[in-house]
Design a protein around this ligand. Structure first.
Ligand code: ATP
Ligand code: MG
Length: 421
């Protein structure tokens, strides 16, 4: 037996076999319960207490780890003292043993209880690793982590999809993206990133859209061309996935997650090439149209068959992209998307850094340059060539874990029908 140690957690299963009580407790951030063992012949008082303990109770246990573990789940503690800190007052709305599945909505409504289930807890442990590794990678590459306002006067791409707020009598909006701010910063810092919330007011009904999400925004100055941005994003996603697989890949697999064990180099196809692939496979898309979810899904399967779940689509038509993107000839642009498993994860590109071209782009998109004066001014004082991307972190969690619905990747998702809890 080892030195005594303390375990705190919640009872997820109770088994009494003859005169031995086995209480499974989900402790710390572990993804398998620890089995608390109490033998009647060693301590009959304690045995009486634990054999009546209610499923879902919060416990504090003192005990010793045995030399030989007999429980199948691998961790065991022979209890010497057990304190029942709290017992359920009501019927548990979720079966914490995990035997009877709850409804999709109840896993969200009672998220705190669902987090005791290894399969749901694993999503949020993975999410935390993904967020940490994003920060580790970018910080190690000399990016400054910044925070930009979430209550703003102007949107990045027009006003149609913004939530409005009353700002002391003035109309303001919840930020849809840090786009304008991160670009302005390029006139004073060479590389920045931000991890923050974004808000979109569209009435989505899909499995990959939320009304409040968490995004990663990256902007890098002094680039040679858009390929610098593509390479950084590829290295970032590969790093994050590799660290995720190293730290919990085996556990994720045994819990049934369809993870991406090995990320090969991301193919880079142009919009024109992607269009050709689609139209030679039964689609009838015109040049200039954005790819709809059906087309995205098809491309996802097409690249999956080649063993590359992640791929870039580059050189989008300028008409389909926002004003701040740099043109590439009369019709194309230096905009790209990163798709993984047929779902758009990031959009980015090289930006227009020349004042007069940027001004013209705004006018060409039908926007009023006067509304963007605070932003345009930054382009007058030595703005270097720059580029970057916006990446949906909730979507990244979703695709790296192979989840079917983005709501599974968010603790308390915000969609059209969900404002509580
Ligand atoms: P989509 O075409 O899928 O609606 P988008 O092109 O409008 O996305 P961007 O403006 O390019 O989105 O935003 C950058 C990234 O943020 C997207 O690639 C995506 O990963 C994520 N994202 C955008 N909108 C949402 C949303 N409503 N819910 C969750 N993630 C989103
Ligand atoms: Mg996009």
């Amino acid at each position: 037996m080892s030195e005594p140690r303390q375990v705190t957690g919640w009872v997820s299963n109770v088994k009494i076999l003859g005169k031995i009580a086995f209480i499974e407790v989900i402790d710390d951030l572990s993804l398998t319960p620890i089995t608390i063992v109490v033998k009647k012949e060693t301590n009959s008082e304690l045995w009486e207490l634990v054999s009546k303990v209610k499923l879902g109770s919060a416990l504090k246990i003192e005990g010793k780890e045995p030399q030989q573990v007999v429980s199948k789940k691998g961790r065991e503690l022979h209890a010497e003292e057990v304190q029942i800190l709290a017992e359920p007052q009501d019927l548990l709305p979720i079966d914490v043993t995990g035997k009877t599945p709850a409804s999709f909505d109840d896993y969200i409504n009672y998220r705190y209880l669902a987090l005791r289930l290894p399969k749901i807890r694993a999503v949020f442990v993975a999410r935390s690793i993904i967020f940490q590794e994003v920060r580790n990678f970018l910080t190690s590459r000399g990016f400054l982590e910044v925070n930009t306002p979430k209550i703003v006067k102007a949107g990045a791409e027009g006003g149609a999809t913004l939530f409005s707020v009353d700002y002391f009598g003035e109309k303001a909006f919840l930020a849809q993206s840090p786009q304008l701010y991160k670009q302005m910063l390029m006139c004073g810092v060479p590389r920045v990133f931000e991890v923050g919330p974004f808000f979109r007011a569209e009435k989505f009904s899909t499995t990959r859209h939320l009304n409040e999400g968490w995004g990663l925004d990256v902007e890098m100055g002094f680039i040679n061309d858009v390929n610098d941005v593509l390479s950084l994003l590829e290295e970032l996603v590969t790093h994050v996935n590799k660290r995720l697989v190293e730290s919990m890949g085996d556990q994720l697999k045994s819990l049934g997650f369809n993870i991406i064990e090995d990320m090969k180099q991301f193919p880079r196809v142009t919009y024109d090439e992607a269009l050709k692939i689609l139209n030679s496979n039964g689609f009838d898309l015109k040049w200039g149209e954005d790819f709809d979810p059906k087309a995205e899904k098809f491309l996802g399967e097409y690249f999956q068959q080649q063993g590359t779940p992640a791929y870039f689509i580059t050189e989008y038509p300028w008409d389909s992209k926002p004003f701040y993107i740099m043109r590439n000839g009369p019709q194309k642009s230096y905009a790209f998307d990163l798709d993984i498993r047929g779902i758009e994860i990031a959009s980015g590109g090289q930006r227009e850094h020349r004042y007069s071209e940027l001004y013209r782009n705004l006018v060409d998109k039908g926007l009023d340059p006067n509304d963007f004066k605070f932003y345009l001014d930054a382009f007058k004082y030595g703005m270097p060539p720059h580029g970057g991307f916006g990446l949906g972190l909730d979507r990244l969690v979703m695709v790296l874990l192979g989840l079917q619905n983005i709501r599974e990747a968010v603790l308390f998702p915000r969609d059209r029908f969900r404002l509580v809890p």
